[in-house]
Design a protein around this ligand. Structure first.
Ligand code: TRP
Ligand code: ZN
Length: 495
């Protein structure tokens, strides 16, 4: 067990506890992401968007608490800023680093006290130069009829100033004005809408803590449907009107969201949010993302007909990734390994191969010399954050755990994890500790082998020898082609 478990501070202290807040929150892969010195509690976004010209005008108000005596603090943001106020008084601001907005309030903020930051801005996000670290990828996509904000780990920089790291979750109100006849979708529940003249304003509310990268904005000519799940939760589904040949299959798949969420809740425990849904965009982002309560899908997931595996994957993230979020990006397998394992139990439920068979299939599919086995899912590195190993070897890790502790302990571990860490942040060492406590077994070696040791483990996720695993994998489970199709898209970050 890592000695750091339990010692992790919600906001790491800056080098000094009096003075400027740190320009990063302390992530091991992305040292400049997030900031130190304060804790954001609530974001209130008031946006106005003009499709076609891609002009975004906005005011973001952040309610935060200073965690140190603060003479200056940073937000992460790329758009052109007009003015900044702190506690209602004009503050000075400057740019530094790749995406830092340095704010100096007229008087220092006192440790432990709340403060309000108001940033007013206007820009064309799709034209903002993209920092190298994103690999040239722009997570704000302007379309003829609207725009889509979708990216991981970077996306907020293109539409609202924030403490941009999963460690600093907050609640949100997102108010967005668009031309009448255009629809806008964000996270949570639409709590109001009105049309004045030729503009329509809607307000979305996310009442549970949300990581910045899970906030989304989807604007366009949309077919929006609002309903209720069997448990009475509001369901919003939204489809671009330009889905063309993907439309029917996309709708048939995403309309199954409430049924899939209910099925997942039977395995993982109570669904953590107050609404659910899904959006299918014509912007072709090249992937899907587990944006909180409202996953967004590239229509090409549905190019071969309806597909529920990707819907299962993104909704499994609502428990693992969204509610239980990473403390540091290096723990990404806690998101992707779990969402991948959800696909494998879905395969079992559909009679398309058991989770154990799927796990052994992927184990067998990569020969010992394949570079796949060189990526450690427990610490893949920034460049390989979304490598297949994060997903498949992460999923195999859970099957190996299940094999070792048995079904009863395994499901107890999964459900306890979801409940104990709900709406918070977690790290791998804590999962290992929980698995050991519930199973009563020493599991360090198992997790070391599957998560932290390069090379192909000597036995398969079900404990079979490579030869035996090869034999049973000779006939691929029926789900494999569908699962591989999902991951073919998920691992590519660029359109
Ligand atoms: N986390 C997403 C998923 O597994 C996939 C993903 C990887 C992604 N990299 C991304 C999404 C970049 C958006 C941007 O469902
Ligand atoms: Zn995922």
């Amino acid at each position: 067990m890592s000695a750091a478990a339990g010692l992790f501070l919600a906001t790491p202290a800056a080098a000094t506890d009096k003075g400027p807040g740190a320009p990063g929150i302390g992530d091991s892969y992305f040292p400049e992401h997030g900031n130190g010195g304060y804790d954001a509690r609530h974001y209130s976004l008031t946006l106005d968007y003009q499709p076609g010209t891609d002009l975004l005008r906005g005011k973001t108000t952040i309610v935060a608490t200073a965690t140190q005596h603060l003479t200056r603090f940073n937000l992460d943001f790329l758009l052109k800023v007009d003015s900044v106020k702190v506690n209602g008084r004009a503050a000075t601001f400057a740019r530094s680093g790749l995406h830092e907005l340095e704010i100096t309030p007229p008087r220092a903020l006192v440790r432990g006290t709340p403060f309000i930051v108001e940033v007013t801005y206007a820009d064309t996000p799709s034209k903002v130069p993209v920092p190298d670290e994103t690999g040239g990828f722009t997570p704000w996509i302007a379309t003829a009829d609207g725009a889509l904000a979708l990216g991981q780990p970077q996306v907020a920089w293109w539409w609202f100033p924030s403490n941009d790291h999963p460690l600093d979750k907050a609640t949100y109100d997102i108010t967005i004005t668009v031309p009448k006849g255009t629809q806008a979708i964000s996270n949570g529940v639409k709590v109001g809408e009105r049309t004045r003249g030729d503009r329509t304003t809607s307000t979305w509310r996310m009442d549970k803590p949300m990581a910045t990268y899970l906030a989304t904005l989807f604007v366009g000519q949309l077919d929006v449907r609002q309903g209720r799940s069997s448990g009475g939760l509001p369901v919003t589904t939204a489809y671009s009107k330009n889905l063309g040949r993907y439309e029917a299959a996309a709708k048939e798949s995403v309309e199954r969201t409430p049924e899939i969420v209910d099925w997942l809740a039977d395995r993982f425990g109570r669904y953590p949010f107050h609404s659910m849904g899904g959006s299918v965009t014509s912007a072709l982002p090249g992937f899907a993302l587990e944006t909180q309560t409202q996953p967004v899908y590239d229509p090409r997931f549905f190019s071969g007909g309806p597909d529920t595996y990707v819907v299962v994957h993104e909704n499994a993230h609502q428990w693992f990734g969204d509610s239980v979020a990473v403390k540091d990006w290096k723990h990404i397998w806690l998101n992707e390994g779990f969402a991948t394992y959800a696909e494998w139990i879905w395969s079992e439920k559909l009679g398309e191969g058991t989770a154990a068979e799927v796990a052994d299939f992927f184990y067998d599919q990569y020969p010992a010399g394949d570079p796949f086995w060189q990526v450690k899912p427990g610490d893949p590195g920034a460049a390989d954050l979304f490598h297949n190993a994060t997903y498949y070897r992460g999923g195999m890790t859970l099957q190996a755990l299940r094999t070792e502790v048995g079904d009863a302990a395994f499901w107890s571990i999964i459900r306890t994890w979801a409940r104990a860490k709900a709406h918070g942040n977690a790290e791998t060492a804590e999962f290992v500790a929980l698995a050991e406590r519930i199973s009563g077994k020493q599991l360090d070696a198992l997790f070391d082998t599957w998560l932290f040791t390069p090379g192909k483990p000597a036995t398969s996720p079900t404990g079979a020898t490579p030869t035996a695993a090869a034999k049973s994998a000779a006939v691929a489970p029926a789900s494999i082609a569908k699962i591989e199709k999902v991951h073919e898209l998920l691992k590519h970050r660029k359109p």
